[in-house]
Design a protein around this ligand. Sequence first.
Ligand code: PRX
Length: 637
Amino acid sequence: MSAIRTRTLEEYHADYQHSVEDPDAFWAAVAEPFTWHRKWDTVRGGEFSPAGTSTWYAGATLNLTENCLDRHLEQRANKLAIIYEPNDPKVRHLRLTYRELHARVCQFANVLKKNGVGKGDRVVLYMPMIPELAVAVLACARIGAVHGVIFAGFSASAIADRVNDAQATCILTADGLNRGAKQIPVKSVVDEALETCPSVRRVIVVEHTGWPVEMQGGRDAWYHEEVADVDKDCPAEVMAAEDPLFILYTSGSTGKPKGVVHTQAGYMVWADYTFRNVFQIEENDVFWCTADIGWVTGHTYGLYGPLLAGGTTLLFEGVPTYPSPGRFWEVIDKHHVSVFYTAPTAIRSLMAHSVDHVLAYSLHSLRVLGSVGEPINEEAWYWYDQHVGKGRCPIVDTWWQTETGGIMISALAGITLSVPARAGLPLPGVQPVLLNQDGTEIEGNNQEGYLAIKASWPGVIRTTWGDHERARQTYFQPYPGYYFTGDGARRDAQGLYRIVGRVDDVINVSGHRFGTAEIENAINQSDYVVESAVVGYPHDVKGQGIYAYVICRHGLPTTDLETQKAEASIIEAVVAAIGRIAKPDKIQLVSGLPKTRSGKIMRRILRKVAEGETTNLGDVTTLLDPQVVDEILGGRK
Ligand code: PRX
């Protein structure tokens, strides 16, 4: 359906050139096949950088769910839209056709309306990976409510911060969540969060596990009761191109996560365009993105991309290793998955088990493999290629960010070069550059620098919720004229990009971003702690682990028991403030931190020690107290 479909290497070069030379014509052609209530006045507008006020398809009106659902009803009504595979393989899976999904979305939308949710209202979702989560997200889009999904692994306090920042009026949750062998009482986590969230008037609870929950009169409602008397049809709200579609909170280098905002038309076009082209999607593909809808990958490639393309998407509630490390491969054979998209951390965690878990399955349905979230190391790349792809499936290593809305740099499956540990070439429409510290462009190949993007693209972040200045300062102001990614990259001899890692104070743990300041703030909540400094270090499975240096209030503990107590309190503080996903992997209690005379912590030294470097620490003479370094080296974990 998409007018721009790059199918050969020659077409790639031609499309790329077209996108740079005449972006208006290029992006108008890409947007043409969608269902619009009104076409745009201008394709690209606003000011990309430093104001960071890009607009795309301004003047157009549309509804995203008409593009995800209604327009497919003519030819694909009985085609599978969603296959849901539960956490427990003994529980029956569920398949929803486009017709069924359309009806469910309309019903959920009517339940939202009945409960007072309208256009522009913010709805927070804190749910398991079940069909109702996908349905609820689409229901918000149907009525023009702004969805804010929070991964159901964040703590009550993290939910409260986000709900209050977004001033959400309604929360959707469930009576419980199973993730592998873990059970999370999501409703009670929400209840705890809501003690400090006065904006929330309604909590709608989906019955999933059957666990008992407390329902607060006047505030909480069961979804299955609410849905009993609503219509299966719900007219789609007509939205302006730049109305907000969703908020997704992500970590930056300050202590407070920011609400990345994406809007209707540009995000839609970008999700569809990148999905079809990167994975070279065919009509009968079964696409499986293993990311939870709580992350951007789940938004764009678990849900919107596949549905916009009229494809079949698999929603998996579980984890790769439950009940056995063969679970992924079992699911691929069971549902004939043809395109599989996962994270290097998942691959590495499975590599740690016997390869027999993979070899037990045929995997003959697979056609394309994808990787996302962090650099994929060569060992993992070859294992994925050999054992999963059987050497016959192109691998796309896709570089992008919550802020970019969709894939920016990646091979197009089977078309452009796919080299281990390289994201590859930019998609047509994406203009990456490498910058020096002073902001000058680095020309030529075999070069390394800060990765920035030179021109706007439809999926670019529009703002940070409630605080545009923050978006401007973070992404568009550091190097005027560019979007700054926060990543360092290398352009190899063939012009392929290799992402080196973050150049700011962000740690990428298992493909999830955490700001070091955010974790430090959490650690400092512990009564035991005076001050802390957090850095990342290489971790075999997670990519990066979290290493925390902590100064205790009463000096260094003298017994093992005291040490254990302090460490337990530190972990508890992080779990309470952020969630289990941000737990430090290593804690080193110290009596001081290496600081300059002006009081700035020299993280370079802490990073080196955490990485295992014990010599070559660089110049330490400018430190206030150089002896601290010896102590830290001596106590390295
Ligand atoms: O450092 C890059 C890394 O993940 C960051 C974006 O994180 P997030 O917004 O949570 O989105 C993750 C899913 C898109 C980037 O700044 N990253 C993402 N993909 C890759 C990557 N690093 C290397 N290679 C990738 N393919």
